[in-house]
Design a protein around this ligand. Structure first.
Ligand code: MN
Length: 713
């Protein structure tokens, strides 16, 4: 079992003079809150955070990360709270623990291969601070090392998740040794038979070839010495899972995997690496197309090395890697390795490209001079524009940030979208406007009574959802217009004592054609839109010949009727493209509460809600309307000002109206017996706000007694 001293020693190996009291305090706290808990192995629970923290020292991480490693399970498994951690250990530590806790709560179940990349992105997105992911990887590594104590079904599940999600993430961060160890451990549990078989076979082959490996190593070292180059030669068997993977993907037996052993030559500097390459190629014949120069073109995870494959002394292929000691550390420890070179020469301008992988990951362009700056800069949202959530079956879905249940519903199926009533997020019911957070599990609630409406266009973020909603509204409007058109025509026919149903059956198509519609249905829809008046249809039916009206007039009439309601600043629920009038009785302006009234063949008239006229009209023909967001239009409003009867009052009031940028359409002055003047205006305003400003400026004029907007009714 790892002890605190191992961790402190580890820290001092790369941060010699550091005050480690934060880590010691974290240890004491963790020991206190985990007291009495045990692991499945029977060991005290504390062994796990200790092991996790120790792995983090191998990554040369900062003190906050290591303290977080010691505390990573306290919020999840003990009575400790985040607030308490923040108070005791600072914001950094608390935030890392919070991140790890959130990641741990997620169960990446039933991952299919194509989901894995999305899931990895989600994990990255949730690890706003790279240190969250590093602590999580250390946590997972220790859990994998002690996986034997888990129940069998859990072992395979955890191993699968490790192989699909965490090992590739370790690879992406360039931490080769964690990636390899995670892969080998997962391999062991997922394919136990293949693992046993392969490991025995590989061992046997390597045993036979021990002499061969030594011979190659000696030869390389001697040749380098001949050229005055000092080097270190390593001959290591490749890790088991990579051999297994190679056999699987290439469908070849072990005998055909030539590079079981990777030879690695460690040189002093980059220049020496190229010299060494020349020497190797002079010793053995290189295989064309197998040479790779990752020194001048490093991999995105900072990996640098020369790779070549040569025909070895026994006529076999040999893979050889040549790199410097520093490159070797980076190859093994990846992102974390920069801590090793914290002081001095390493993080210099020409080394900036080591962070290319991060640039690539984040499209983030800032220059880096300092490792502290580096850590600061990795504390950002890695995928600021995406959000990742689960389906109830554990499938991961990617959405643009700000996505809502509507987007999710349409991502499943158009029908689900069209009946989306809400959603359950992590089991809790949320409204349609709810915006997802990473890692949430989303279940859509549908209802046959729920349908899309225009407001959904404001809530949806995906183009798929937006297109489907628009489509639905269009179809719906057609249907509504058809129903409305039928209704309007049926009433008009009744007024003329005509049988509407009979008309549709017998003469409908003919009249429609005469009015230039393809079908009688199109004609009725047009009637619903207000593009054609029911009376026109009747005239056409009765005449059975061209309309009495002049052609030009007819054309202008059609044009007028197709003027869009929206251009006049009114949105009619469920209907578009309908003729509207503003009620002359109450002159509504934007900001007023309004109601629409379906007239006979003249489209819809808009009245103020408190207009007495609308109260007297047929309630069945009322229709819900709202003001559209159109700022060009102006609307007439009636204003009455009573003043003392005095010269110049009209001019003064008019001046205020003009100052308020409104046009005066009409002005009328009358006097009353009690020496007062009544000024009646009709002014053209954009909306209620503008009108209110004008009224209050008039009110401030000397001599003005009363200013009011003329109320309807
Ligand atoms: Mn843990």
């Amino acid at each position: 079992m790892i002890r605190l001293n191992d961790i402190l020693d580890g820290i001092h190996s790369y941060l010699p003079d550091t005050d480690t009291s934060l880590v010691e305090k974290a240890y004491i706290y963790s020991a206190k809150v985990h007291a009495g808990q045990t692991r499945l192995s029977g060991e005290p629970y504390l062994s796990h955070p200790l092991a996790t923290a120790y792995i983090l020292t191998r990554l040369h991480l900062d003190l906050a990360s290591i303290a977080a490693g010691l505390l990573h399970d306290t919020v999840e498994d003990t009575l400790a709270s985040l607030e308490e951690l923040e108070k005791m250990f600072g914001k950094d530590v608390a935030q890392i623990v919070d991140g790890v806790t959130k990641l741990s709560k997620i169960r990446f179940e039933s991952q299919i291969q194509k989901q894995a990349e999305n899931t990895r992105k989600m994990v990255l997105a949730m690890s706003k601070d790279i240190r969250v992911l590093l602590v999580k990887l250390a946590d997972r590594l220790h859990n994998m090392r002690t996986l034997e104590y888990q129940k069998e079904y859990k072992r395979v599940k955890i191993a699968r998740e490790t192989l699909d999600i965490y090992a590739p993430l370790a690879g992406r961060l360039g931490i080769g040794w964690i990636k390899n160890e995670l892969e080998n451990l997962a391999f062991f549990y997922i394919y136990p038979e293949e693992y046993q078989g392969l490991s025995k076979e590989v061992e046997a082959r390597l045993g036979k070839r021990k002499a061969y490996v030594d011979e190659v190593k000696d030869l390389i070292a001697k040749k380098m010495a001949d050229f005055g180059l000092s080097c270190k030669v390593l001959g290591r068997p490749k890790h088991l899972y990579s051999i297994f993977r190679k056999m699987r993907t290439r469908k070849i037996p072990l005998e055909e995997v030539y590079d079981l052993i990777a030879f690695r030559i460690i040189m002093k500097g980059a220049k020496e690496c190229y010299e060494a390459l020349g020497i190797v190629h002079s010793l053995w014949k290189p295989i064309p197309g197998r040479f790779k120069d990752y020194i001048s073109l490093p991999k995105t995870n900072m990996y640098q090395s020369l790779h070549t494959t040569v025909i070895g002394p026994q006529g076999e292929r040999m893979e050889i890697q040549i790199r410097t000691g520093e490159m070797d550390v980076v190859a093994n420890e990846g992102i974390a390795a920069h801590w090793l070179y914290k002081e001095g020469t390493i993080v210099s301008k020409e080394k900036e490209h080591r962070f290319d992988w991060l640039f690539e990951l984040t499209e983030w362009q800032k220059e880096l001079d300092d490792p502290r700056e580096f850590i600061e800069s990795v504390k950002m949202d890695l995928f600021p524009n995406e959000v990742y959530v689960f389906t109830p079956k554990g499938e991961v879905k990617e959405f643009p940030r700000g996505a809502t249940p509507i987007d999710f519903a349409y991502a499943i199926h158009t029908e689900v979208g069209n009946h989306c009533a809400g959603a359950k997020v992590n089991g809790r019911i949320v409204p349609l406007k709810y915006q997802f957070h990473n890692g949430e599990t989303v279940e859509i609630i549908t209802s046959n009574k729920h349908f899309p409406n225009r407001d959904w266009l404001k809530l949806a973020k995906t183009s798929r959802a937006l297109a489907r909603i628009r489509q639905w509204i269009k179809t719906e409007e057609r249907e509504k217009s058809l129903a409305l058109g039928k209704d309007l025509c049926a009433r008009e026919f009744k007024r003329h004592r005509l049988d509407f149903n009979d008309f549709i059956k017998t003469k409908g198509a003919e009249v429609a054609e005469a009015l230039s519609f393809k079908t009688s249905e199109d004609m009725l829809i047009a009637a619903g839109y207000g593009k054609v008046a029911p009376s026109q249809i009747i005239r056409k039916l009765r005449a059975g010949q061209p309309e009495e009206q002049e052609p030009e007039e007819k054309e202008s009439r059609v044009k007028k009727f197709t003027e869009k309601a929206e251009q006049q600043g009114i949105l009619i629920h469920g209907l578009d493209d309908i003729l509207i009038h503003l009620g002359r009785c109450c002159t509504p302006i934007p900001g007023d509460e309004v109601i629409g009234y379906i007239t006979r063949g003249r489209g819809v008239t808009i009245h103020r809600e408190n207009c007495s006229n609308i109260r007297n009209l047929d309630p069945d023909r009322r229709i819900e309307v709202t003001w559209a967001d159109v700022d060009k239009a102006t609307y007439p409003a009636k204003v009455r000002v009573s003043t003392v009867d005095q010269k110049g009052m009209l001019a003064a009031v008019s001046k205020e109206i003009s100052a308020g940028e409104a046009n005066i359409l009409e002005a009328k002055v009358s006097t009353t017996p009690d020496y007062a003047a009544i000024l009646d205006f009709v002014v053209d305003v954009k909306d209620r706000t503008q009108l209110r400003k004008i009224l209050s400026s008039i009110r401030r004029l000397e001599g003005v007694k009363l200013v009011e907007r003329v109320s309807p009714g």
